[in-house]
Design a binder for this molecule. Structure first.
Ligand code: 13P
Ligand code: SF4
Length: 302
């Protein structure tokens, strides 16, 4: 295993690839990453690195967003099938219809396809969704695809946030975490604080001490005196937290596994570097329009 990791790092260096990995990758993959972060951090890093070759380890919508922001760079992924069912649940027609019906701006969660982003007004990630919606000059916003994040944003901003597509827009990894599972961990670790991702259901948000994106979860122990945390998101987020705070205890939700994130393996990563594939390509016309909500997001954050 150590040899394989060393080999991957060596070949990446020889061929000039920078390895960007999402926080939900497993520990071995986290170990080989040059940069490990949430979707917003990785998109920003991708625009700043000097290398024109990126090996991206996450799921397809994230790789697509990185390519859109870096059209002159070569972006490769180890497997094309690593996708996000929630991102795929929001279809372009749903955005067009909702905008027609409500005459309100559409805020699209970055967990969406480029073909859908083309029709949205602003993009957001779970790290900045509240800030973006607060700054938009409208008391009603359309928001998709995640209904749980939409509810969280409505609560934090006091605005009317209409979820599109509605009941079918959710992440199965987060939405199906059961309250009983969190409560039974709470019983086992009575001093632990519950830290949740906003993609979890509102009943879990309600029993959480803190709700935030993976990058916000990462900062939380810095401003908190706690020693134990129950981390209610994809289970491998805990691996990153353990590395940053080795003297604290992080308890994962063992059932929360994103199968698509796990389609990247050391074996297919090595093969991706050896063969310099699979290249992420986004149609130029789609990219030209899909970048607009992403740029609008960056402008609002200035
Ligand atoms: P982050 O925006 O926190 O990276 O989350 C992305 C994601 O896929 C959550 O399920
Ligand atoms: Fe999609 Fe959920 Fe996996 Fe995130 S954790 S990539 S939202 S399926």
């Amino acid at each position: 295993m150590v040899d394989l990791k060393e080999k991957i790092k060596r070949i990446a260096k020889e061929k000039g690839y920078v390895i960007l990995a999402h926080n939900y990758q497993n520990k071995d993959i986290q170990d080989i990453a040059d940069y490990l972060g949430d979707s917003l951090q990785l998109a920003k890093i991708a625009t700043k690195i000097e290398s024109d070759k990126i090996l991206f380890l996450g799921v397809d919508f994230m790789a697509e967003a990185i390519k859109i922001l870096n059209s002159n760079k070569k972006v490769i992924v180890p497997i094309k099938a690593a996708t996000c069912p929630m991102a795929n649940s929001l279809e372009p027609e749903m955005i067009i219809e909702a905008k027609e019906k409500y005459k309100a701006p559409f805020v699209i969660y970055v967990n969406s396809t480029a073909s859908s982003k083309m029709y949205a007004d602003y993009a957001c990630t779970s790290a900045n969704a509240v800030e973006i919606v607060k700054k938009i000059k409208s008391e009603i916003v359309l928001f998709g695809p995640d209904k749980n994040l939409a509810e969280f944003v409505a609560e934090k901003t006091g605005k009317k946030v209409i979820p599109i597509p509605g009941d079918t827009g959710y992440c199965y990894v987060h939405n199906y975490i059961r309250k009983e599972e969190v409560l039974s961990l709470k019983e086992k670790y009575p001093n632990a604080k519950v830290i949740s991702h906003p993609e979890v259901s509102s009943e879990i948000q309600a029993i959480s001490d803190y709700v935030g994106s993976t990058s916000q979860m990462e900062k939380f122990p810095n401003i908190d005196e706690g020693l134990e945390y129950i981390i209610v998101t994809e289970k491998d987020m805990v691996e990153k937290l353990k590395k940053i705070y080795p003297d604290r205890t992080f308890i994962p939700i063992s059932s929360a596994v994103c199968n698509n994130m796990k389609k990247n393996t050391l074996k297919n990563i090595l093969s991706a570097l050896e063969n310099e594939q699979f290249e992420v390509l986004v149609d130029e016309e789609i990219a030209k329009k899909a970048i607009v909500p992403i740029e609008n997001m960056f402008k609002l954050m200035e």
